[in-house]
Design a protein around this ligand. Structure first.
Ligand code: NCD
Length: 352
């Protein structure tokens, strides 16, 4: 059984096939109106969401299927202390597929280990958000016609921004993509990514959006992730780090696209919305069709075996990341990945 926990769970061929299907569904949604008739999607959202949850529900309903679920942890048995492993085992009795969002890093892998049905990661803390990445890739294809060869600026909260982490992991599989990370010093891309996927990529880091803009094909703006800060003062100091305005955009390329996973909370001026390069609401629309493609593909069992991952169990070893799901679950399986001399927590990727 296949899950989508991390964007790299998909082979490049599977990812491109999903994007092709998403494009076809966007053009001819009526052709798929019965594709999931009689099937049920559970949306288990332990953390706030607008686009992701609504687009999953819209996607399933557009395929003729049904949905059930909850939109906040307080209305689920998580409020009574139930762990993810039990919640997904139970949800899998009532649904054919689970889309899950959780504030703890690695929660989606925990779900996938125990659920009797496919689990889709709809965001696990500051870690990953693979379906946003599929949305981003479909948008990039539609706006720019290709992904290979692009220079991509990622701006804002690169430390806690899970959409950034998943997008970088996906872009690594394309040819000649150059990355420009634009953030304050405190919110730079995590070390585990520099020591991992970024070793294979060409990238630069800066704190100046104005300096970076003229060389970009794509600008991916993100919100400073208030809910992930341990120190509220630090959030207040950093929250206004960037503001994209029409003036700032002037020297940028005529065909550059501006993406943002949304919600925006002050990093893109409303005056930019009318600029033809502002693609973020078109991006939100893509999310529905790419999720239709994903649901249809997972339910039809069309994917082959998952790419092999060498997970090792070390019962005595504890993940050092305080927001890892293993600290929230009662008896977690302590799983690790060992690669190139490094040992990482299999759930949240922290060095262990
Ligand atoms: C993002 C998320 O939840 O990570 N939103 C989304 O899914 N479209 C980005 C964010 O919350 O900043």
């Amino acid at each position: 059984m296949r899950h989508l926990v991390d964007i790299t769970d998909l082979t490049p061929a599977e990812r491109e096939a999903l994007l092709d299907l998403g494009e076809e569904m966007l053009r001819h949604p009526g052709d798929f109106a019965d594709a999931a008739r009689g099937r049920i999607l559970a949306t288990l959202f332990f953390e706030p969401s607008t686009r992701t949850r609504l687009s999953f529900e819209s996607a399933m309903q557009s395929l003729g299927g049904g949905t059930l679920g909850f939109a906040e942890a307080s209305s689920s048995s998580a409020a009574k202390g139930e762990g993810v492993a039990d919640t997904v085992r139970v949800a899998g009795c009532y649904a054919d597929l689970i889309a899950m969002r959780h504030p703890k890093e690695g929660a989606a892998l925990m779900g996938a280990l125990y659920a009797p049905v496919p689990v889709i990661n709809a965001g696990d803390g500051g870690h990953c958000h693979p379906t946003q990445t599929l949305t981003d890739l479909l948008t990039i294809r539609r706006e720019l016609g290709r992904v290979d060869g692009l220079t991509v600026g990622l701006c804002g909260d690169l430390k806690y921004g899970r959409t950034v982490h998943s997008l970088v992991n996906a872009l690594a599989a394309y040819r000649d993509v150059r990355l420009v990370f634009i953030s304050p010093e405190e919110l730079r891309i995590p070390a585990y990514m520099k020591e991992g996927v970024l070793r294979r990529m060409s990238y630069a880091e800066t704190d100046s959006l104005a300096d970076a803009l003229p060389g970009l094909d794509l600008l991916y703006m993100t919100r400073i992730q208030r809910e992930r800060f341990a120190d509220p003062e630090e959030y207040l100091r950093l929250r206004d780090s960037f503001l994209l305005t029409p003036e700032l955009l002037r020297p940028a390329g005529e065909h550059m696209a501006v993406l943002h996973p949304l919600p925006r909370v002050g990093e893109i001026s409303a005056a930019v919305d009318g600029d033809p390069r502002a693609a973020y609401f078109r991006q939100a629309r893509c999310g529905r069709f790419v999720r239709m493609a994903l649901i249809h593909t997972l339910l039809s069992g069309a994917l082959g075996p998952a790419p092999a991952r060498d997970l090792r169990e070390h019962p005595g070893r504890v993940c050092p990341n305080p927001v890892c799901i293993t600290h929230a679950e009662r008896e977690p399986r302590r799983l690790f990945l060992e690669e190139g001399g490094a040992c990482r927590c299999a759930y949240c990727e922290a060095e262990a």
